[in-house]
Design a protein around this ligand. Structure first.
Ligand code: UDP
Length: 550
């Protein structure tokens, strides 16, 4: 991986002339700063001012041209975390003529993706906020290929997981502090600024208590494609997915099935880990292996997890590795005393994404005598000694952390950094109960995500029988795509609304025509909608509304 940006491949004078004549050009997608990604020709960065610079000339373009609204509050979010005021992007403006008085620019020939990492020290944040969004932003713009250059502008050092960021392209990512090495003024020939938020599923509680995002747009399929691509880059060969598929794992216990316990070695410990491992091995008659970020390389952890039947761990960032579990595996998340699993669900939400095909079980320590608190630690590690006596006493007496915002709530930090002696009988009980509701995650998942098309040639006719009796006949043809599919169950839904009424009568039918006589009045206009449904829950679109006049 080459770190230096070579000036050999570009004709310097051509580039400089282009910049002077054409200035910067920007075209963006997105209506709001929160969903915007911008593409630039000749976006420059002044390392002295630590500002991006847009050079105006007669042929420069700035779309959207927001005027001062560009600062209300920003042009776009540089990280995938929505509308966070430390993550905003903007640029300064200068006339291209000013270049004559400025240091000679250094041109970056690579197509560049400019972004902020949100919290590169934390594995969950690395995946959820940076790697997945960057991966799919690169998929969105085809010139962000394996040769693309990533530039991280949040200002942090490499961090402990920099090797993971290196997997995104063949070129070494650049950090903000390294941009100085390229001189006072550097200009990105072609760049994209910002990250797609399409793949994120969790909000960390900056404006409301943390929880799943309101409108999740990613499915297990995209997460798994990403995981597979990363594993190829890591040179990890995985047991064929088919062999490890849920069905077989359940029916016949395979010899090579195993459970992974992901341990933390410094904080939020499981005190009786050995006992827990023994209990798991005995209960499931499976081998149990442990991994930890402190003891293994990340690659070897992924290798192990990608073949596991079950992943057991304390709540914490290491659980993001469940995205490497095979389909049909189970995630078991443990929570310390006074922490409600329902309120901290980044890993539950991940496991429950449609098509992720993971089974999720949580256990929480309900026995106060089994918790080990650390009141004397620093506040970041959950210490409370710095608080007023009364507040300390209130926290110690509380058995449930109340809902709270991110990120410095002392009661939350105090409780989440407790160590736990896992009560084995209660743990096994929860686990056994939880396994009873594990679905079979059958194969042939692919076909079952295809939605029906519109029903074709819908028709309806009313016939008046007597002055107070009428019939409404509705018929239609199957959706066009059905003839190419094997669908377990095909049904049709018909809505009948009397014109002017607010309500409608819904019917579910197996056949392609039906004559309604109940509740049908003569000399009344009805509006009729028809749609197809595959396998109970895959709804198709309604056909154009039918109007029946008698
Ligand atoms: N971490 C670890 N072992 C430990 C404690 C933390 O590997 O004993 C890792 C953890 O997985 C995360 C980072 O260190 O990537 C920060 O941990 P922290 O407890 O701050 O965050 P959390 O796990 O609660 O998200």
């Amino acid at each position: 991986q080459s770190q230096e940006v070579s000036q050999e491949h570009i004709d310097y004078h051509v580039a400089l002339q282009a910049l002077q004549e054409h200035g910067t050009r920007m075209v963006c997608t997105g209506k709001m700063h929160t969903d915007r990604i911008c593409r630039f020709d000749y976006l420059c960065y002044c390392s002295e001012a630590e500002e991006f610079v847009f050079f105006h000339s007669n042929s420069s373009v700035m779309l959207p041209n927001l005027g001062s609204r560009r600062f209300q509050p920003a042009l776009l979010d540089l990280s995938s975390v929505e509308d966070h005021n430390t993550q905003y992007f903007n640029f300064l403006e200068l006339p291209a003529a000013a270049l004559k008085f400025m240091p000679k620019p250094v041109f970056v020939p690579d197509v560049t993706l400019i972004l902020n990492r949100f919290n590169p020290d934390n594995l969950m944040h690395v995946f959820h906020d940076d790697l997945l969004p960057a991966f799919y932003t690169m998929k969105q713009y085809s010139d962000l290929d394996d040769e693309a250059r990533l530039v991280f502008m949040e200002g942090w050092g490499e961090g402990p997981h920099f090797d993971l960021y290196r997997l995104l392209s063949s070129k070494q990512p650049l950090l903000k502090e390294q941009l100085r090495n390229f001189g006072k003024l550097m200009c990105f020939t072609k760049s994209y600024v910002g990250l797609s938020k399409m793949t994120t599923w969790y909000q960390y509680g900056f404006v409301q208590p943390q929880g799943p995002k309101a409108n999740i747009l990613v499915s297990g399929n995209e997460i798994r494609q990403f995981a597979r691509a990363l594993m190829v880059k890591m040179n990890i060969t995985r047991v064929e997915e088919a062999e490890k598929d849920g069905g077989s794992a359940e029916d016949e216990k395979e010899k090579d099935d195993y459970i992974v316990v992901f341990t933390r070695s410094t904080t939020r410990l499981i005190i009786n880990e050995a006992e827990l491992i023994m209990a798991l091995a005995q209960e499931f008659q499976m081998k149990v292996v442990t991994v930890s970020l402190e003891e293994q390389s990340f690659n070897s952890i992924v290798q192990v997890i990608s073949g596991a039947s079950m992943l057991v761990s304390m709540h914490g960032a290491q659980l993001i590795t469940s995205l490497f579990l095979p389909r049909g595996a189970t995630v078991v998340e443990l929570f310390p005393f006074a922490v409600n699993p329902e309120q901290y669900t980044p890993y539950k939400t991940l496991a429950s994404l449609p098509g992720m095909d993971l089974h999720y079980i949580s256990w929480r320590n309900t026995k106060e005598e089994n918790t080990i608190t650390h009141p004397d630690r620093t506040w970041e590690q959950g210490g409370i000694a710095h608080l007023e006596k009364e507040e300390q006493e209130r926290i110690l007496a509380s058995k449930d952390v109340p809902r709270h915002l991110c990120c410095r709530n002392p009661e939350w930090l105090f409780r989440i950094y407790q160590d736990t002696l896992v009560d084995i009988p209660s743990f096994l009980e929860i686990l056994k109960e939880g396994m009873k509701t594990k679905p079979s995650f059958k194969k042939s998942k692919l076909a079952s995500t295809v939605h029906p098309g519109r029903v074709r040639e819908p028709q309806c006719q009313t016939s008046v029988q007597t002055t107070n009796e009428a019939k409404l006949t509705v018929s239609w043809q199957i959706p066009w795509n059905l003839k190419y599919l094997k669908v377990r169950e095909v049904k049709y839904e018909v809505w009948i609304q009397e014109q002017g009424e607010n309500t409608y009568m819904p019917y579910i039918l197996p056949q392609q025509n039906y004559t309604f006589s109940e509740n049908i009045k003569p000399f009344t206009t009805y509006l009729v909608w028809v749609r197809c449904i595959f396998n109970k829950n895959l709804l198709g679109p309604f056909a154009d509304v039918l109007i029946s006049i008698s």
